[in-house]
Ligand binder design. Structure first.
Ligand SMILES: C[S@@+](CC[C@H](N)C(=O)[O-])C[C@H]1O[C@@H](n2cnc3c(N)ncnc32)[C@H](O)[C@@H]1O
Length: 217
């Protein structure tokens, strides 16, 4: 076989999604309730949630930190991969989103494993002890990604995983005419992480592009 790649077309993407472990009824119900509560439907895609759960089960995490809880969808997917005694801390700036997520997490199969802390990620991350975290997932305000990267570098243990959503910048990454500040921030972040000697990583073309990077020792 050559080293060439197959470009993931819409059709291939749908094929992948159709063959990914199906989303369970609870997560479907959570999403419907979030939409009814006028929470924006910007959670990760089901196949991305399935991928993250499979990946994290192999990583056997004891402590996961997420920035950007929204309705709790990705937190629940990731918490299902925690080792016995493990926990997930999710940081969320919106009181409405934090309250909704807490309520739905308390009804989920991972109730008691997730703590939602309300506030800005940049204010809350410094309270987390250095080199104690197995997985960091960034999925919040894109302009803070560079700051979150520094915090992730500090709190991740060597060998820990950094996951970052929206590497494809809502599909606008390669649109040169697009100067949206969030898109610009993602372009700068992608270049920064790709060149960072403390991490080795790959952008996985699922959802809106997911960085999976390992904190080197
Ligand atoms: C894309 S959504 C997160 C989706 C969630 N990870 C999921 O897939 O289920 C982004 C969330 O980040 C929150 N957010 C925005 N700025 C933030 C900040 N500075 N600190 C913490 N959370 C923030 C938003 O309120 C929103 O709930």
């Amino acid at each position: 076989m050559s080293g060439s790649s197959t470009v993931v077309s819409r059709e291939l993407f749908d094929y992948v999604a159709a063959r990914t472990h199906a989303e369970d009824p609870f997560l479907k119900e959570l999403k419907a309730a979030a939409i009814a509560a006028e929470i924006p439907a910007i959670w990760i895609a089901p196949e991305q949630g399935a991928f993250m759960e499979v990946l994290l089960r192999s990583a056997k995490p004891q402590l996961i930190v997420e920035v950007g809880t929204l309705a709790g969808y990705s937190a629940i997917c990731m918490a299902r991969a925690l080792e016995d005694g493990g926990r997930l801390i999710s940081l969320e700036v919106s009181e409405k989103h934090a309250d909704f997520a807490r309520e739905w997490i308390s009804r989920s199969d991972v109730a008691g494993l997730i703590e939602v802390r309300q506030g800005r990620g940049v204010d809350l991350m410094p309270a987390i002890q250095a080199e104690t975290v197995d997985v960091v997932f960034l999925d919040a305000d894109k302009q803070s990604y560079a700051l979150y990267l520094e915090e992730a570098r500090r709190i991740l243990r060597p060998g820990g995983l950094l996951l970052v959503d929206n590497a494809f910048a809502f599909g606008q990454l390669l649109d040169e005419a697009c100067e949206d500040p969030s898109v610009e921030a993602i372009r700068a972040f992608n270049d920064k992480l790709a060149a960072d000697p403390d991490f080795d990583g790959v952008i996985v073309p699922l959802g809106d592009g997911l960085w999976v990077a390992r904190r080197l020792s």
